[in-house]
Design a binder for this molecule. Structure first.
Ligand code: SAM
Ligand code: GLN
Length: 253
């Protein structure tokens, strides 16, 4: 926050540890400190968050990308060979984190990034432009409806999966984030149910679905995938050892 208030990179502080802080920067810093103490996420205060080594702009219109979601990117890259020219989709892209990471790593692929929120999509598109990423197309719409007649080989998504009333929603940072990015009904599975069912209709035959879910949702997600004729269901753990991403393959046509 001090570096941000000074308009310098954080490394600058180490090289100038004994410099006095100019009055204006000090006032700015104290303002930021007060807002952070009130629970606002650091990323909303600086307007920036790094994800997959990409410097992303974030605003209170989008969820702050989480490091756990990089597991989903990693798993997607394992499924998509670096020479591939496939069509991929990221549903509920927020600031564009997943779509932009995949686009940067797989320049031969075309990625459709969707969201229901126009503000999120505008931010994601501006992140893409600033980073010089031009293989992502942004579309507004309710989950797979935004895909129209496209049949992607891979759908990735980090949908909202927190249950309404979960005390976690009152936690540090989280209470400033958009509800519609976090909350999905009384069991937290409303969005996952919709995504699994529409992905089964919109994926190419034998296409893959990769979705992030909550640590306690593994069995429910597995059941939903099996009910919609997905096979090869696997779960990927986060660094805390909890199953957080499900991967599954759609049956042949
Ligand atoms: N993909 C980003 C990430 O991983 O940081 C943001 C994920 S955030 C948990 C979920 C996103 O889904 C939000 O950007 C929200 O606006 C979007 N969303 C919620 N309901 C949606 C719907 N019905 N159709 C499309 N997107 C939706
Ligand atoms: N991981 C987020 C949290 O802990 C939840 C993200 C989501 O609902 N997709 O708040």
């Amino acid at each position: 926050m001090l570096a941000h208030a000074l308009g310098r990179p954080a490394s600058w502080l180490h090289a100038h540890a004994r410099d006095p802080v100019p009055r204006l920067a000090r006032r700015r810093f104290e303002g930021l400190l007060a807002r952070r103490a009130g629970g606002e996420p650091l990323a909303y205060l600086t307007g920036r968050r790094e994800f997959w080594s990409l410097d992303l702009e974030v605003t209170p219109a989008v969820l702050v990308p989480r490091p756990e979601t990089e597991h989903l990117v990693e798993a997607a890259l394992e499924l998509v060979p670096s020479s591939a020219g496939a069509r991929l989709a990221d549903l509920g892209t927020g600031c564009g984190a997943i779509a932009l990471a995949l686009a940067r790593e797989r320049p031969g692929c075309r990625i459709i990034a969707t969201d229901l929120s126009a503000a999120a999509l505008a931010l994601a598109a501006s992140n893409a432009a600033r980073l010089g990423i031009d293989n992502v197309e942004f579309r507004r719409g309710h989950w797979c409806a935004a895909l129209g007649r496209e049949r992607p080989a891979l759908i990735v998504t980090n949908p909202p999966y927190v249950r309404a009333g979960d005390p976690h929603l009152q936690g540090d940072g989280v209470r400033f984030e958009p509800r519609e990015a976090l909350v999905a009904g009384t069991d937290g599975l409303d969005a996952i149910r919709e995504v699994v069912s529409c992905a089964a209709r919109h994926l190419a035959p034998q296409g893959r679905l990769l979705l992030e879910h909550g640590a306690a949702q593994r069995e429910a997600v597995r059941r939903l995938l099996a009910e919609h004729h997905f096979s090869d269901i696997a779960h990927i753990r986060d660094y805390a050892g909890r199953d957080r991403v499900a991967c599954a393959r759609l049956a042949p046509a």
